[in-house]
Design a protein around this ligand. Structure first.
Ligand code: SF4
Length: 512
């Protein structure tokens, strides 16, 4: 016998006695309430002051800020999708008070209004989290990750090819002048040689005019005539273009034509597996307890040169110096160790070969030819090679790193390596072996090693993996943020700030 089927009442025209409120539909402790509560407690007066007034009324910046941060928290990065969510999603409608800014308003607010204002708001949010006791600014974990720019990967400009092209023009100009000299050889009155050192549009135009003048009325080769016409028409324009490109490059090796602030970098996430470089930004981040405490953007591919500015940025924004800093071997340079020492920050920063050094020590593997293993007599300032031969100081020199940091290098040379039976294992030089010693770096590395192998150092090294690296994992894989939406370093700075805030508030909403 079949049982009677009962359906629940379905009536789309049902009216309520009391009008329903969206507030009833948003659960307590929902992330949207956290965003609302935190952003209600930050000072946005600088942002408000950026409005000039007059004309039509504007959407409230606090509402727009909440909406954009919550959108990033929900992995919505496109302004059109945010506009759509404001009409379809109850949480967005509650947050915006049913205001419905369109995608242009959202984009303008994100790309223009937030420029120069968001970082201050981000720091206020971090300080609120510090007050809540979930974050500390005393111990920070630093690392960098590359995020693809919103730029075409085939629109590159390479510093090297600009140099080659400029050099080619200089060479061809010299060749043209050699032709003039050949023509004048018989007359024994060669015109004054132009200066080929400075190459700019005006100079090239001048030189070509000078060559044309010198060859006036002469019987010239047809090919030379064609080349001179080509040079006059194209070279000054090309040189002006190269100069403009060099001004954009500054000290970088490349940039993309669609986002001139983006630099070509090798990415870890190479989905095409072809080692192709992509236009990107190097995001430097500090974390504590998996919360982002600071971020800066670098246009260099290596992390080493970025640490000083990143730490200075932290000090400037929070007006306090962290007590400890943990980072991987990419940051272990003499310059960084010196800077952290001067700031009295305990550096749990590995140097290259730290792990190999520890592993070799564990296995009892010692390379007797390594400069660190050679016997050193401090009084006579002499090293002794494995053959027992004295390696005396042959002088020192200073060199500067890319950042202008000065290093002092001392050199020692063996007296005579000829006929030494250990030579093939000792060195590959044709002459007597020379070793170079940087005593400041040796001291700093030894200091770093002491803290790294301490109990606290081992704990910090372990935490680094699940602290800062986990944050990058969350941003790239859970939040699916692998490419910036905006172009230009100022706008990209806003975007990474929004991502950082969304990450922090999402984590906080799960923690409370
Ligand atoms: S090759 Fe030269 S430096 Fe090396 S062990 Fe022999 S003598 Fe010493």
């Amino acid at each position: 016998m079949s049982r009677k089927v009962i359906f629940k009442t379905y009536n789309q025209d049902q009216l309520s006695l009391l009008p329903p409120s969206y507030d009833d539909l948003v659960p307590a402790n929902h992330p949207v309430r956290i965003v609302n509560m935190i952003i209600d407690n930050v000072d946005i007066s600088a942002l408000e002051e950026s409005y000039r007034g007059g004309g039509t009324s504007s959407y409230h910046p606090r509402m727009l800020l909440k909406v954009i941060i919550y959108a990033y928290l929900r992995n919505l990065y496109s302004s059109r999708k945010i506009e759509q969510a404001l009409s379809e999603n109850i949480h967005f409608m509650w947050l915006s008070g049913q205001s419905k800014p369109d995608h242009n308003t959202i984009n303008d607010f994100r790309g223009k209004r937030l420029q120069g204002n968001l970082k201050k708001i981000f720091h206020q949010v971090v300080l609120l989290l510090v007050e809540q006791g979930v974050v500390s600014l005393k111990d920070i974990f630093v690392d960098g990750t590359k995020i693809e720019a919103n730029a075409n990967r085939y629109t590159f400009v390479w510093g090297k090819s600009i140099k080659t092209s400029k050099e080619r023009i200089r060479k061809q100009l010299k060749e043209l002048w050699s032709y003039v000299e050949r023509v004048y050889k018989e007359e024994q009155t060669i015109p004054n040689t132009p200066d080929f050192e400075v190459i700019d549009a005006a100079k090239i135009e001048d030189t070509i005019n000078q060559i044309n003048e010198a060859l006036k009325g002469k019987d010239i080769d047809k090919k030379i005539k064609q080349k001179l016409n080509y040079a006059k028409k194209n070279w000054p324009v090309n040189i002006a273009k190269y100069q403009h490109q060099e001004a954009i490059l500054k000290d970088r090796n490349s940039y993309s034509k669609t986002d001139t602030d983006a630099t070509f970098m090798r990415m870890k996430e190479d989905h095409m597996q072809n080692g192709q470089l992509k236009p990107a930004y190097n995001v430097q981040a500090s974390t504590n307890n998996q919360y982002l405490t600071n971020y800066t953007l670098a246009q260099t591919t290596v992390d080493t040169t970025t640490l000083k500015d990143h730490v200075n940025n932290h000090i400037e924004n929070y007006n306090q110096i962290p007590k400890t800093l943990t980072a991987d071997a990419g940051y272990g340079s003499e310059e960084n160790y010196t800077d952290l020492e001067a700031k009295e920050i305990t550096a749990f920063v590995k140097y290259s070969y730290f792990h190999k050094e520890q592993l070799d020590k564990k296995r009892g593997k010692v390379n007797p030819f390594h400069p660190n293993e050679l016997h050193y007599n401090k009084e006579t300032d002499t090293y002794y090679c494995p053959m027992g031969q004295a390696m005396t100081n042959i002088g020192s020199y200073k060199r500067k790193t890319k950042n202008g940091f000065e290093q002092e290098i001392h050199r020692y040379q063996a007296q005579n390596c000829m006929g030494c039976s250990l030579r093939s294992r000792c060195h590959k030089s044709k002459y007597n072996r020379i070793i170079e010693r940087n005593y400041n770096l040796i001291r700093l590395k030894s200091k770093a090693k002491t803290v790294l192998i301490s109990e606290q150092g081992i704990a910090k090294r372990k935490q680094r993996c699940w602290d800062v690296e986990a944050v990058f994992g969350n941003i790239k894989h859970n939040m699916n943020f692998k490419r910036f939406m905006l172009r230009g370093i100022d706008k990209v700075n806003v975007e990474i700030g929004l991502i950082a805030m969304a990450h922090n508030l999402k984590k906080y909403s799960l923690a409370i």
